[in-house]
Design a protein around this ligand. Structure first.
Ligand code: CTP
Length: 147
């Protein structure tokens, strides 16, 4: 039995998230996903659109995910790897090298990120589309008030 573990926020669940989770699950027999809690994220100055409970429900519903646990601090990884008898720790390659300290305990892999999508870029796209719409409404109101 090969156990794989990964960590992340998984806000606004998107195709890059699905790709990395499916690839990691294919490397073993069991995939554990540690989902970042809202408190952990706020300590990093990060906030998500969906709450921890919502993100856990979405990730738990995936066929490629066998177990979801909370990620509440930076230090828990060695403990998690030992407690769940993890063989492979995997993340997208935006984290390349960052978790090599786990190498004495398990295999550490960094998979290529899916290009051109992230929770941050989705938020920015929506914000820009909304700003553009508001600017258009203001231009139209301006034209009407001049008429
Ligand atoms: N990931 C990926 N490809 C993407 C986006 C994310 O492989 N295009 C991976 C990350 O490398 C990580 C996992 O998905 O292993 C969870 O990442 P997360 O930070 O939750 O997703 P992002 O979309 O990168 O979120 P943010 O923009 O808030 O950093």
């Amino acid at each position: 039995m090969t156990t794989v573990i990964t960590y992340g926020t998984f806000d606004l669940f998107h195709i890059g998230h699905l790709n990395v989770l499916e690839r990691l699950r294919a490397m073993g027999d069991r995939l554990i996903v540690a989902v970042s809690t809202d408190e952990f994220n706020s300590g990093k100055g990060k906030s998500s659109c969906f709450s921890f409970e919502e993100r856990v429900r979405i990730v738990s519903a995936l066929r490629c995910v066998d177990l979801v646990i909370p990620e509440s601090n930076w230090e828990q990884k060695v403990h998690d790897v030992k407690a769940h008898e993890v063989d492979i720790f995997g993340m997208g390659d935006d984290w390349a090298g960052k978790f090599d300290f786990l190498k004495p305990h398990c295999r550490v892999v960094y998979l290529p990120r899916t290009p051109a999508v992230s929770s941050t870029s989705i938020k920015l796209d929506i914000f820009e589309a909304h700003s553009e719409k508001q600017a258009q409404v203001q231009r139209e109101q301006g034209v009407r008030s001049l008429a």
